[in-house]
Design a protein around this ligand. Structure first.
Ligand SMILES: Cc1cc2nc3c(=O)[nH]c(=O)nc-3n(C[C@H](O)[C@H](O)[C@H](O)COP(=O)(O)O)c2cc1C
Length: 189
């Protein structure tokens, strides 16, 4: 059985521009072949600002939105976060969604695809890697920055990046394959 990879759309803004990037990440991950792949859109989960009274590691959730989010994340073996860069940081929505849970994240491999202007969201990516590491995920160093990402989105909203971006994502998927396999034993102990 293949490991499950969840690609997470990190922008929830009305009019957000990054969805085609996430859809491309999803389709590349499917073509890569190592994972069963799912695309999770944070906007569809509708998480409010963290409103659970108990620490997430107790997993005693009061709210349906948390239970639904917990189930989705608990089912995954690895993650690819697709993040915008806001003020050199990842999105507040993604930080919030990460902090809703604890056990569901741990001992899983995680990569980051970032997009933005000239930096390709690299600063957001580094900040996000720190948080996902603090949640006990293995934050792989093979991040995939996409500079000037809107230049590669067609009128039909199809994202088609230059070869180095595609090669970078393949490398990240190869690493996630190795790490998600290796970490599985930690989760079954
Ligand atoms: C509040 C805010 C802060 C931003 N800060 C940055 C930034 O630090 N670096 C950058 O490259 N782009 C920045 N941008 C531009 C974003 O890259 C651009 O708006 C992009 O479309 C955001 O992704 P989204 O549309 O999927 O939410 C910022 C945009 C917003 C709305």
């Amino acid at each position: 059985m293949k490991n499950k990879l969840s690609v997470i759309i990190g922008s929830t803004r009305p009019g957000r521009a990054g969805v085609p990037v996430a859809k491309w990440v999803y389709s590349e991950a499917v073509s890569h072949g190592a994972f069963d792949v799912e695309l999770l859109d944070l906007a569809e989960f509708g998480l409010p600002l963290l409103d659970e009274p108990k620490h997430p590691r107790l997993q005693q959730y009061e709210h349906e939105h948390t239970k639904r989010w917990s189930k989705a994340i608990g089912a995954a073996d690895a993650f690819l976060f697709v993040t915008p860069e806001y003020d050199y940081f990842t999105s507040a929505a993604l930080v919030n969604a990460l902090q809703f849970l604890s056990i569901e994240w741990r001992y899983k491999a995680a990569g980051v695809v970032s997009y933005g202007g000239i930096s390709g969201g690299l600063r957001a990516s580094q900040e996000l890697r720190q948080l996902i590491g603090n949640l006990n995920m293995m934050a792989i160093p093979q991040t995939v920055p996409v500079p000037f990402f809107t230049k590669f989105i067609s009128d039909e909203k199809i994202f088609a990046p230059e070869p180095p971006v595609k090669e970078g994502l393949t490398l990240a998927l190869d690493e996630l394959t190795k790490w998600s396999g290796a970490l599985k034993s930690l989760r079954t102990e």
